[in-house]
Ligand binder design. Structure first.
Ligand code: ZN
Length: 188
């Protein structure tokens, strides 16, 4: 049974917790590849059944796979842009692990995609818009997020950095002050 302390735990006010978005180095290359992820997001926006989240995976300075959200197209709740792109890379190279790869995504990855990156042995996750840049409808939980999952994972060879071209990425989405139609709010 949970203790009262556990029930009252507020991760946003935990002095022992690291910042929500860990400070990691953003390289000039990161912006270049994020622009390609934005192109994927725009492709998603204009493709029936797809949605405006884009992803590219980069190995040794080259894009090796790219994708967008295909949830409606595939009738698959797990077909987020990151999972779609991880699957494409796995099929392409015939391996399930991608050590040394960097995954770029236009939006802060959800819990499912962050853990998929952990299992895929992705080395770096770089995302654009953060959860404070966009409407809460894009997230699975109120507080717990990608950085928490990375921080608490068994891996010490993975890093995550957010806010790369954040404003440009955020323009693809509803903003915190917007009032999206209820049927578009998939997290409820
Ligand atoms: Zn996701």
């Amino acid at each position: 049974m949970a203790t009262i302390g556990q029930l009252l735990y507020d991760p946003e006010n935990d002095p022992a917790a690291a910042p929500a978005v860990p400070v990691a180095e953003i390289t000039p290359e990161d912006e270049r590849f994020m622009r390609l992820a934005i192109e994927e997001a725009r492709r998603g926006l204009s493709t029936p059944g797809c949605a405006e989240v884009g992803c590219v995976i980069v190995v040794n300075g080259a894009v090796v796979a790219s994708g967008c959200n295909e949830v409606e197209l595939r009738h698959d709740p797990t077909a987020h842009a990151e999972v779609v792109t991880l699957r494409k890379l796995g099929e392409q190279i015939g391996e399930p692990e991608f050590r040394g790869a960097t995954l770029y995504c236009t939006l802060q990855p959800c819990g499912m995609c962050t853990v998929a990156c952990l299992w895929a042995k992705i080395s770096r996750i770089v995302y654009g818009a953060t959860r404070t840049d966009v409407h809460s409808m894009y997230f699975d939980t109120r507080h717990f997020d990608a950085a928490d999952l990375i921080r608490d994972s068994f891996r010490d060879d993975i890093e995550i950095v957010g806010g790369v071209l954040a404003e440009e990425c955020a323009q693809l989405y509803y903003r915190p002050e917007d009032n999206p139609p209820a049927e578009e709010q998939k997290n409820q």
